[in-house]
Design a protein around this ligand. Structure first.
Ligand code: ATP
Length: 468
């Protein structure tokens, strides 16, 4: 049995096709010609995504006695975004091509140009003027029309604006949140009071964020609407660098142990001197996607930036009083931030395998960690008419415990392949012997081995395998 798939654009194309054909991810509003950088999760995609969110919540919130959760609103008082720095500074440097009128991010133009690639230019460390000069000096062409006739860079704010109420004036402006984190900050005193937790403690949140991204997305890698899983750890400045290092390791542990992503496909990219307005130290975690390494999450040392600014802008006290030492201080925050949609994509890329079996037969199999698979188990009656009733009973038993699917069409070989392609780890085959001995055949996705298991032991048997 051999594997034959390169990590390149053709692999991504296959994953995009499989996602659409089998119901993981559909292009957004497809019947109207789509809407750039938007996608809908289908029946299998929603299960996979929910499983990733569940694993994240378990790892960061449920299993930690010093952590709680929150589910903040998407719309917040606009002053939140003034205090957080997003109104003033959350922007992309954009250049317009005067010839074909398309709009591009200057950092991407440079990084993707032949000269930028050759010189491995780090655009994060360049000012707007330096980027303008670089594009001009190197005559970087428009990827759309091939000309080099650019406007100067304009900073373009990524926040989506809308209006509430009946008027359209500036007093009615609200923003769709560009990150989830601010709910943890503005609620810091509420959270501390109700949880009665002493510092250090953490608060997790999973929710939608919105950014007016104009560059093409590489499938779901860059979208205008996405889900973040963000954890804020409130701590004391004196231990904060150690905490920062701990959360870097925890992020990797989550990707490798909980999501089953291969260690060798992951790396850190330190922000070095190119830190965001809020950060004292920051690192991206990157996955080796078919289009290259891309960010899936980040660990950020945010210092006292957020709570300090909210204290200044709201006039409300954000300090913590240590019950033992009586020290009064604004907590330092370490953030562990993860993009749910990018992790879905990373998990799909990591799981996609093509295996050549005997006679050049190619088996497509998604080797998802069993706990992430959309369906944990499939019930497959060998024959519809006489085995339907028994199979229904088995389905009802399993479906109370696991996401279970039922398939009675086509040959059993074809049905196994369908389940392999969507990552179902266990297939339960009901045959005529089942009616005699109350046992079924269970077939394992990765090894394709089969064994006979009594129906009364089936739930326990699968539960044990799922916990591995
Ligand atoms: P990028 O540099 O790729 O634009 P970022 O550094 O702005 O990302 P953060 O603000 O740190 O991203 O957001 C935290 C996480 O949210 C990212 O690590 C990523 O997984 C996810 N994320 C950010 N922007 C998008 C997007 N447009 N589409 C999908 N996921 C996103």
């Amino acid at each position: 049995m051999s594997e034959k798939i390169k990590n390149d654009q053709s692999k991504l194309d296959k994953i995009v096709a499989l996602s659409k054909n089998r119901g993981f991810i559909f292009p957004g509003s497809e019947i109207y010609g789509g809407l750039a950088n938007t996608w809908d999760y289908g029946p299998l995609g929603v299960e996979l995504k929910n499983s990733i969110k569940r694993e994240w919540w378990k790892f960061f919130v449920q299993e930690d006695k010093n952590a709680v959760g929150i589910d903040g609103g998407i719309l917040m008082n606009p002053n939140v975004w003034v205090a957080s720095g997003h109104v003033g500074g959350f922007s992309d440097p954009l250049k317009d091509c005067k010839s074909c009128k398309t709009r591009h991010r200057a950092d991407n133009l440079i990084a993707n140009s032949p000269i930028g690639k050759k010189q491995s230019i780090d655009t994060d460390a360049m000012s707007t003027t330096q980027m303008d000069e670089y594009v001009e000096a190197n005559k970087i062409n428009c990827p759309h029309c091939g000309k080099s006739d650019w406007t100067q860079i304009r900073q373009f704010n990524l926040m989506f604006k809308t209006n509430r109420g009946v008027t359209d004036d500036s007093s009615s402006v609200v923003y769709l949140r560009p990150e989830t984190a601010q709910a943890q900050f503005v609620n810091f005193q509420n959270l501390q009071r109700v949880s009665r937790l002493k510092l250090p403690f953490g608060v997790g949140q999973i929710g939608k964020a919105f950014r007016n991204e104009i560059t093409p997305g590489n499938f779901t890698f860059r979208t205008v609407e996405f889900e973040q899983m963000e954890y804020q750890y409130f701590t004391h400045a004196s231990t904060s660098m150690d905490d920062y290092e701990m959360f870097k390791s925890r992020a990797m542990e989550f990707y490798i142990k909980r999501l089953g992503i291969e260690k060798k496909q992951l790396k850190f990219k330190d922000h070095g001197t190119a830190l965001s307005h809020y950060a004292k130290a920051a690192v991206d975690a990157q996955y080796n996607f078919p289009f290259g390494f891309g960010e899936i999450g980040g660990t950020h040392h945010r210092g006292t930036f957020d709570l300090g600014n909210h204290q200044t802008h709201s006039g409300k006290n954000m300090e913590y009083v240590d019950p033992v030492t009586n020290e009064k201080y604004i907590p330092t925050v370490i953030e562990s931030s993860h993009g749910c949609d990018r992790l879905v994509l990373a998990v799909l890329c990591n799981a996609y395998h093509e295996e050549t079996l005997e006679g050049d037969d190619v088996r497509v199999v998604l080797k998802l960690k069993p706990c992430l698979a959309p369906y944990k188990v499939a019930v497959l009656p060998l024959q519809k008419k006489d085995l339907g009733e028994k199979s229904d009973e088995i389905f009802a038993l399993l479906a109370k415990n696991f996401m279970t699917t039922y398939d009675e069409t086509a040959s059993i070989g074809k049905r196994y392949r369908r389940q392999d392609e969507i990552g179902t780890p266990f297939c339960v085959t009901v045959d005529f012997e089942t009616l005699e001995d109350d046992c079924v055949t269970i077939r394992y996705r990765d090894t394709m081995k089969q064994e006979r298991v009594p129906i009364k032991k089936l739930v326990n048997h699968i539960t044990k395998k799922l916990s591995k």
